[in-house]
Design a protein around this ligand. Sequence first.
Ligand code: ATP
Ligand code: LTN
Length: 340
Amino acid sequence: METQNTNQKTKKTIFSGVQPSGKMTLGNYLGALKNWTKLQDDYNCYYSLVNLHAITVPQDPETLRNNTTELLAQFLACGIDPKKATIFVQSHVKEHLELMWVLNCMTYMGELSRMTQYKDKSKKSAENLNAGLFTYPVLMAADILLYQTDLVPVGDDQKQHMELARDLAMRFNNRYSETFVVPEGYYPENTARVMSLQNPEKKMSKSDDNPNGYILLADTADDTRKKIMRSVTDSLGEIRYSDDQPGLKNLINIYSAVDGRSVEEIVAEFEGKGYGDFKKSLAEVVVEDLRPVREQYDYFMKNRDYLDEIIHQGALKAESVARKTVKDVYEKTGFVTRIK
Ligand code: ATP
Ligand code: LTN
C-alpha cells in the first residue's frame, strides 16, 4: 500500500500543540505562538489544543473546558488563521489514541523514565503519579506522526520529547516499512526558553505557583507593567547581555523577540542607563505588542458559535488525514482489516 509520505506534497507539514492547562503566558507566545503565525503561509499547519495531555495532572472539568475555549480564542487573537491552518481539539480526533497505543508497545520504559518533564512533574504531583504522565511523550509522538509532520515548532523544553518522536518514527519504519516522515524540532533563536521573571533559572510556566513569575496574555496592562518592574535582575547595575546576569539576559531576549531588533541594538540603546529605565521601556513594548491580542481575544470570546465552527471543521480535516495513517499502521502491525 502506498504511504502518505510518498505522495507529492506541495507544502511541508507542521504540527504543534498547547495544553489547555491554564492561561497562555508570554513564554508560550514568544516560544511558540508567535512563530506559528509566521509559518502558516508557507506550511501546511496543524495546531492542536492538546486536552488529552492536560489531564496528566489533575484538572477541574469546568476549568479545563473553559481553558480550552479561552486558548482557542487566544490562538485566533494571536493571528492564527483558520483559513490557513487546521485548528482542532485533540480529543475530537480519536486516532491520536489509536496510534498512541501502537507506539506505546514500541517504547521502552527506560526511554520514558529519562524524560526531564516527567521527573519534574512527578515530583509536583507525587500523590497522583499516574501512568499518563509517564507515557505523555508517546501521545505527543502520535500527535506528530499522524500527520506526516516535517517540522515541529516548540520551545526547547520539548527537545527530549522530539527525540523520542523521531526514534519511534525510525523504529516503526525499520521494523515494518517506510511509513512515517521523521520529524524535526524547530526552535526559535533567543526565546526557545523564556525564563521566569522571579527565578531566571526556571522556565516561565503557566502552572508556576507564583504569578509574578509569568506574564499572561490576558493580564491587564497595569499588571504586565508591575510584573516587569518587579522582575529579578542583579546588583551589577550594568546593561550587558551575559550569562552572569541571567535575569537581565532574559529581559533582553524578551525585548528583542517582541520589538524585532537584535540583542546588540538593544544593549547599545540602553548602554549607561539604569535597569529602571530599561524595564520601563520593555514594559511599554510588551504592553503595546499584547494590546491587539487582548482586544481580539475579547472579540472572539463573544463569538462562541464561530469558535465551535472552527474546531468542528478542524476536526473533520485532521481526522481525514489521521485516519489514513492509522489504517496504514494497523495493516502493517497485522491487525485484521474490518470490512464492514
Ligand atoms: P505547563 O506549565 O502547564 O506545563 P507550559 O507553559 O510549559 O505548560 P505548554 O502548553 O506545555 O506550556 O507548551 C506550549 C508551547 O509553549 C510549547 O511549544 C512549549 O515548548 C512552549 N513554551 C512553554 N513555555 C515556554 C517558555 N518559557 N519559553 C519558550 N517556550 C515555551
Ligand atoms: N508536550 C508539549 C505540548 C504538545 C505538543 C504536541 C507540542 C503535545 N503534543 C505535539 C508539539 C507537538 C508541551 O508540553 N509543551
